[in-house]
Design a protein around this ligand. Structure first.
Ligand SMILES: Cc1cc2nc3c(=O)[nH]c(=O)nc-3n(C[C@H](O)[C@H](O)[C@H](O)COP(=O)(O)OP(=O)(O)OC[C@H]3O[C@@H](n4cnc5c(N)ncnc54)[C@H](O)[C@@H]3O)c2cc1C
Length: 442
């Protein structure tokens, strides 16, 4: 083989869900595929998703799933049409992994073990003929005459009785490359954002990166309620004093502010607004099922019944215990103060607190704890029909490295699976079209 002859048809960088699907699909179509992963194991992040249970996809209709995706849901239509929730479930079933559907149409492995999904995808990719190289960190892309030609790889070779040592970088050539290096969040899993650097170095635009699906820091912090999780509450987002969005669901009080599903779902817009220097506030409606008039009527009834006693028990009938003291403080009362004091202005103030407990948002969690990365390789530089780069020939993108992210619910993994499948398919076809006449075609 001459140095210029490509050893591989398709080289996939990153063995996360996107890379595994890309590699497997390309190999399924006959391409010789090498998958390079810098960690000691494939799909480390996938193994911790969904609190170790992996919410792998969502059974809602395609158009409904698209609504959960930012910034450009339409970009994903072809990818979703080519490989979607049922295709994934079938692929896993064929590997012996049964799935189940839970509240909110979210799909999980029946075993509740994300590891089962990761191991099944690795086994499936290998069964298609993919060769996987671990401890192989790609350091840069090789681009020749405007087209992908290979990568520079640093291998971490285990040496007997010694710490692992770093071998000098090596060049691996291939007809096509797929960049599936993931985002920047949870860097301990291997997703350290290398792909953004490679994309930028080869002329692609990268939209600003921001942690998303992340806890928020607030003023005040309700220390006395720390650890409390409220279900079925309504959270409203205010940006520069204007109502911007609302989420119904779970809110958790933390040491520095708020977390929980409803908070995570609003976090994308919050982080963006904070980055733009805007004022961000959240209001929490603790009684969303009661409009203010009904809530006031209930309060008046309670006051009539228990007005002779202290206000603590009366508030306790409206609030979880950790919030009683918080509310007393806010109202300038003690739990032992007579409930009769909850009249007039104080009653109005209590009603206002119950319907709109206000928090200023002062910050958010960092990359170590964000579930996904918002921003990434610009959609303007990628063809949605193939996931091909518009800047570098024979180069494709898949997964979180692309400027696409979604709400909780299994959509982020489905983005990785669908874009991986499409990129793998496109790269295999492109590689096949490049085989000189007379040589066997992949
Ligand atoms: C705690 C947590 C829970 C989550 N839960 C869910 C959930 O339940 N449902 C859901 O839909 N989404 C969930 N997500 C999001 C989801 O895990 C990601 O969106 C998804 O893993 C992205 O897949 P990917 O293949 O693009 O990237 P990744 O999974 O990040 O994989 C990228 C791979 O590339 C490798 N790599 C990076 N750079 C290099 C390099 N230079 N050379 C070689 N290899 C490299 C990395 O080591 C990694 O293995 C969760 C995320 C987190 C952090």
């Amino acid at each position: 083989m001459t140095p210029d002859e490509a050893a591989w048809d398709v080289l996939v960088i990153g063995a996360g869900p996107a890379g595994l699907l890309a590699a497997g699909r390309a190999a399924m179509l006959g391409a010789r595929v090498l998958l390079l992963e810098k960690m000691e194991k494939s799909a480390r992040k996938l193994r911790i998703t969904g609190k170790g249970r992996a919410n792998i996809t969502n059974m809602r209709a395609l158009e409904d799933c698209l609504k959960e995706i930012r910034p450009e849901p339409r970009f994903l239509r072809q990818a979703f049409q080519g490989f979607f929730n049922r295709d994934l479930i079938e692929l896993l079933a064929a590997q012996g992994v049964a799935t189940k559907v839970e509240r909110g149409d979210r799909v999980f492995p029946a075993s509740d073990l994300a590891w089962d999904v990761a191991d099944a995808l690795v086994a499936w990719a290998r069964a298609q003929g993919v060769e996987i190289l671990h401890h192989a960190r790609v350091e840069g892309l090789i681009v020749q005459d405007g087209a992908f030609a290979g990568v520079e790889v640093a291998r971490k070779a285990p040496a007997p009785h010694q710490a692992q040592h770093q071998a000098p970088p090596q060049r691996i050539r291939a007809r096509c490359g797929i960049l599936a290096t993931g985002g920047r969040s949870y860097p301990a899993t291997g997703s350290t954002g290398d792909g953004y650097r490679f994309a930028e170095a080869t002329g692609h635009r990268v939209e600003p990166l921001r942690p998303s699906l992340v806890r928020l820091e607030t003023r005040p912090v309700l220390e006395k309620a720390q650890g409390l999780t409220l279900r079925n509450v309504q959270l409203t987002l205010w940006i520069d004093g204007r109502k911007r969005a609302g989420e119904f669901g779970e809110v958790e009080f933390t040491a520095r502010g708020l977390a929980g599903a409803a908070v995570l779902r609003l976090s994308r817009a919050v982080v963006e607004a904070l980055a733009a220097g805007l004022e961000v506030a959240l209001t929490l409606d603790l009684k969303p099922a009661l409009d203010p008039a009904k809530l006031e009527a209930r309060l008046l009834r309670d006051l009539e019944a228990h007005g002779g006693g202290p206000c603590g028990p009366l508030l306790r009938s409206l609030l979880p215990a950790p919030l009683v003291e918080v509310f007393c403080e806010a109202l300038g009362l003690r739990p032992g103060s007579p409930a009769a004091q909850l009249q007039g202005a104080k009653r109005k103030a209590l009603l206002a607190l119950l319907k709109a407990l206000r928090f200023e948002v002062t910050g958010h969690g960092g990359w170590e704890e964000a579930i996904v990365t918002a921003g990434g390789v610009s959609l303007k530089d990628i063809d949605p029909r193939t996931m091909a780069s518009r800047k570098v020939g024979n180069l494709y993108f898949a997964g979180e490295v692309v400027d696409l992210d979604a709400n909780t619910g299994g959509y982020n993994l489905q983005i990785a699976f669908s874009t991986g499948w499409l990129a793998g398919e496109s790269a295999a076809r492109q590689a096949a079209s490049q085989v000189p006449p007379g040589l066997p075609r992949p």
